[in-house]
Design a protein around this ligand. Structure first.
Ligand SMILES: [Fe+2]
Length: 188
């Protein structure tokens, strides 16, 4: 069984009963990851697995710090002994360092989890930031606006998303141009 299938079962178990909307979002992010196969090739399975796992830190049983990338990555590392790539991708998904700074968890996050390769980090950010809370595909600008309206202007998450916006937009641009290149390579 590939990592994606294992990750899907784990995320479903952790999210669906208590956070069905988060599970719907997660499945949408995994679908986006699958669509990047022309660009990722053999690494698509890893990205789909990371997409399934990226928000498991919201599961009530996993919450420790309340910062879901760190709680999810620690659970993957310590409880299920997932491989380093998946732990790192979850820890740093969608430019998480900015929210870590605002939560005084920057040192913990960066000391415990190294950055993964930019191609994979950007791909996961792209998938998350072009998928709405119900799993429907959104343009990145709609997704950013949706996060701001869901949390409100003063919320730490909104402030962190503002700080992360250049990083998120750069990731989306990088993935779009890599996808265009991969399609061109594939055409006759
Ligand atoms: Fe997400």
């Amino acid at each position: 069984m590939g990592q994606a299938e294992w990750a899907r079962d784990l995320a479903k178990h952790l999210l669906e009963p208590t956070l069905p909307r988060r599970w719907a979002h997660t499945q949408g992010v995994a679908n986006r990851a699958e669509s990047l196969a022309p660009m990722l090739g053999a690494e698509t399975d890893t990205l789909i697995a990371a997409a399934y796992l990226h928000d498991i830190g919201y599961a009530p049983d996993l919450v420790e710090t309340g910062f879901h990338p760190l709680d999810g990555a620690r659970y993957l590392r310590d409880v299920v002994k997932a491989d380093d790539t998946l732990c790192r991708l979850v820890a740093h998904h969608s430019c998480a360092v900015n929210e870590a700074l605002n939560r005084n968890l920057f040192d913990a996050l960066t000391a415990e989890f190294d950055e993964e390769r930019p191609e994979l980090v950007e791909a996961l950010t792209y998938c998350d930031m072009t998928t709405g809370p119900d799993g429907v595909h959104l343009d990145v600008s709609e997704r950013l606006a949706e996060i701001h309206s869901r949390y409100g202007p003063e919320h730490l998450v909104s402030r962190s998303i503002t700080a992360s916006t250049p990083c998120i937009l750069a990731a989306v641009r990088a993935v779009k141009s890599a996808m265009i290149s991969s399609h061109q390579v594939g055409s006759p």
